[in-house]
Design a protein around this ligand. Sequence first.
Ligand code: NDP
Length: 319
Amino acid sequence: MEYNNLGKSGLQISRLSLGSWLTFGKQISDAQAQRLMEIAYENGINFFDNAEVYAHGESERVMGKILKNTNWTRDSYIVSSKAFFGNGGQLPTQVGCSRKHLFEACHQALERFQLDYLDLFLCHRPDKKTPIEESVWAMHQLIMQGKILYWGTSEWSAQEIMEAHMFAKQNHLIGPVVEQPEYNLFTRHKVEVEFSQIYNTVGLGTTVWSPLASGILSGKYNDAFPDGTRLGIEGLEWLRDKNLTEDRLVIIKKLAALANDIDLSLPVMSLVWILKNPNVSTIILGASKESQLIENLKSIEAQEKITKEVMNRIDEICN
Ligand code: NDP
């Protein structure tokens, strides 16, 4: 495994990490979740991503139990939570990034995880109803109280991140160090264009999500719709419609041929392409099966197989 600083912070994060959205507490058994975390940890992954909204808090409960079962020392892993969507309740005070909700969401997450502190705590979306200054103060205070160590955002605009950063700087508060955007071969603008200046000016780190666009970049939807996969789950039709389009399938088939030419699997090639971006601190992998995680972990070793020329060919296919 490779490690790097999360943005300008001193936090050493593994370049691959493991997330729990739609899997922990939902699609897979708790035993399977434990097996995935064990494989990840044994292979050097040190960051596990979570959020209050995942399975309405159940994902954090499952992850917390696994952390207890495995008995890994607290200084050997990084765990996150994210607040904004709530954990089921939809009352006005139970969602958003107000001081009240951030404070309560943090305490609820700690209780579900059975932990004393979170390493990362993110505002899961921008909250148009809360002044950014209030969220910055709330996060700073949670750090001062020892409840969280670092904070950040997810799917905030560059302008919103800059506003938070400037306010923190002017008031000697601790600002955000990380943003969690979607990034894969089909969704690139934020990471490559919008944030291009603030990696250096602010020292922004990124923990990128849906690296395989919910599994379509594994190539398994190319010929027929397979059984027992995320995009067939009832209630996730919106996710299927967003990701599985005819245009994308045409591109994925060309990418699969290229991966075949260089002797890599399509998911590994798609992940290496992300790893080549130095502004990506960690790729949050998703997996429902052990074999998927084992395959995706190969991307670390496979980086040298993707030359500049192959990177250009990938870009030509996707543009
Ligand atoms: P991916 O795009 O990689 O999708 C993961 C899914 O794809 C797996 O659960 C599996 O689904 C399938 N898959 C993965 N690898 C393979 C493989 N090698 N072969 C075949 N199928 C494979 O990532 P996610 O969308 O899960 O995102 C990763 C993490 O990012 C989340 O767990 C979460 O922590 C975070 N996230 C954050 C968001 C935010 O707003 N901040 C939003 C979304 C995610 P299956 O087997 O069911 O088909």
